[in-house]
Design a protein around this ligand. Structure first.
Ligand SMILES: [Cu+2]
Length: 509
């Protein structure tokens, strides 16, 4: 009897032990959140810990009290039930005490939530766009502005399929299995990074636990979040929204670097972009060999996951390109399939690759393995297929434009107006005149906004102003394919409001 009683009295202690046991038993499997590397992340982590313990204490106290009461006052020991109703002080106590506990928990939690939403005054802004199934990144403000790339899963398909003992061993040894990408988001340490999150097809979510960010990416909307990493390192995350069959195959890797390393990274990215722009100049004459060599790389980076390095695919899910009638057949069909994909299948559009990359990869597949089409696809053919239309632009160098005093030009808008102000009409006329005399010159158009007010509305207005400028240029006789529309950019809040309602026209390239 007494033994039974002590055992029962120990129940709460036992349940607490049970709660903690797994942590001791599987030390290498962490049963907690990832360690945060941002101050706000630490706040969230601490909140989670303290609130969990508050819950544990309440749980133990309530159940301890309940079990004790049931046991000590049972009928078999002759206990007589007390019979009272409406005990004023008890009722007040059990209303007030939980209220105080709830407020004590909600207060710091709300403060953290408000901080979480405060995306003002970032040092740099990056746009993350979810695609089925990869992430696209555009650095749109701050050092690194203009850098833009895609980031795809880099875990080899053999490891994912695990068909051989070697592949399974490799998978087991791979610490970053399904958490590794071909390119990484690089950011400087100790700087406030604002991330604009959106999606191109279905809802995704940008989630990096160590940075305490998790934001849904919704097509047609721009949401934002931020983080300020306090420790250099590599932090991994995933898409956190069930976004289709390869939902688990679009990880996120953020590399936090020191200021100097970040600057070096920006410089190397920009140098690569310049090199690529020079290498892909519209007037470049490609040889079949050059295209094939480049195509092999493009294929390795974009197509092997499904069509395999040997071009055999994994039928029936992924058809072989080696020996495919479409690949060695009419160029136009193949270009269309690669450019636009096939809706409803895993063959998604590859429009985001450059003309040169697409020409290279189609040329490569037409002539690799057993395929012997013996011809080549040029970037100009891709351009035509894109609907860019017409003959390639006459080869007047863009530098001719940069050398004049007209560009870059800024067109200003009055508050709330969709039409340019009077001075700017003259600027537009100058730009049109300039473009008429430089037949090959192209321009980039960027609308600006600031960080005050409603972000989506601002972005929409900036876009409308940019479209207004493009339409004005087109009305002046400038062909549409000579105007590249850039994503809206932001100026610092608190600056000259006029600058936040401008549209820049810059020489392209
Ligand atoms: Cu996703």
């Amino acid at each position: 009897m007494l033994a039974k009683l002590t055992a029962l009295k120990m129940l709460p202690t036992l349940s607490l032990l049970l709660l903690m046991a797994p942590a001791a038993a599987f030390a290498e499997y962490k049963l907690n959140l990832q360690l945060p590397v941002t101050a706000l992340g630490q706040t969230i982590y601490d909140l989670h810990t303290i609130i969990t313990w508050i819950c544990v204490v309440i749980f133990v106290a309530v159940f301890g009290f309940m079990f004790y009461s049931i046991y000590a006052h049972r009928k078999s020991v002759g206990h007589k039930a007390a019979n009272f109703h409406e005990h004023f002080s008890v009722e007040v106590a059990w209303t007030v005490v939980p209220c105080i506990i709830l407020i004590a928990m909600a207060w710091p939690a709300t403060r953290a939530l408000i901080q979480l939403r405060d995306t003002s005054d970032p040092d740099l802004t990056i746009k993350a766009t979810g695609h089925q199934w990869k992430w696209g990144y555009d650095y749109i403000k701050g050092e690194g502005e203009g850098i833009s790339f895609y980031s795809s899963l880099s875990t080899p398909l053999t490891q994912i399929e695990g068909k051989t003992p070697e592949a399974i061993a490799a998978r087991n040894a791979n610490k970053n299995y399904l958490l590794e990408t071909d390119t990484t988001v690089v950011v400087p340490v100790g700087k406030k990074v604002r991330v604009l999150v959106t999606a191109a097809d279905v809802i995704h979510a940008w989630w990096v636990p160590a940075l305490a960010v998790k934001q849904d990416a919704i097509p047609g909307f721009i949401r934002d979040t931020w983080f300020k990493a306090e420790k250099p390192g590599i932090y991994r995350g995933q898409c956190a929204e069930l976004c289709g069959k390869n939902h688990g195959f679009m990880p996120i890797v953020v590399e936090v670097k020191s200021a100097a390393d970040y600057t070096a990274w920006v410089a190397s990215q920009k140098a690569n972009m310049k090199k690529a722009a020079v290498a892909d100049a519209a007037d470049k004459v490609w040889t079949a060999e050059e295209l094939k060599a480049r195509g092999e790389k493009v294929y390795a980076a974009n197509c092997v996951a499904c069509h395999q390095p040997n071009g055999k695919g994994t039928p029936p899910a992924f058809p072989a390109l080696d020996g495919s009638k479409m690949v060695v057949g009419a160029k136009a069909d193949q270009i269309d399939r690669v450019l636009n994909g096939k809706p409803g299948t895993a063959m998604s559009p590859f429009k985001h690759l450059s003309d040169a990359d697409l020409a290279a990869v189609t040329t490569y597949t037409r002539n690799a393995w057993g395929n012997k089409a013996g011809d080549m696809v040029t970037p100009a053919e891709i351009k035509t297929a894109r609907g860019g239309g017409g003959a390639p632009a006459a080869a007047a160098p863009a530098a001719a434009v940069a050398a004049t005093a007209v560009l870059p030009a800024a067109v200003y808008f009055d508050t709330g107006k969709a039409a340019a102000d009077a001075d700017s009409k003259k600027t537009l006329d100058d730009v049109i005149a300039l473009l008429k005399t430089n037949a090959g010159a192209k321009v980039e158009v960027t609308g600006y906004t600031d960080t005050t007010g409603n972000l989506n509305q601002n972005m929409e207005l900036a876009k409308q102003r940019a479209v207004g400028v493009r339409d004005a240029l087109m009305a002046g006789g400038v062909a549409k394919d000579r105007i590249t529309m850039k994503p809206p950019a932001t100026v610092e809040a608190g600056g000259d409001a006029k600058q936040a309602r401008r549209v820049d026209i810059k020489p392209a390239g």
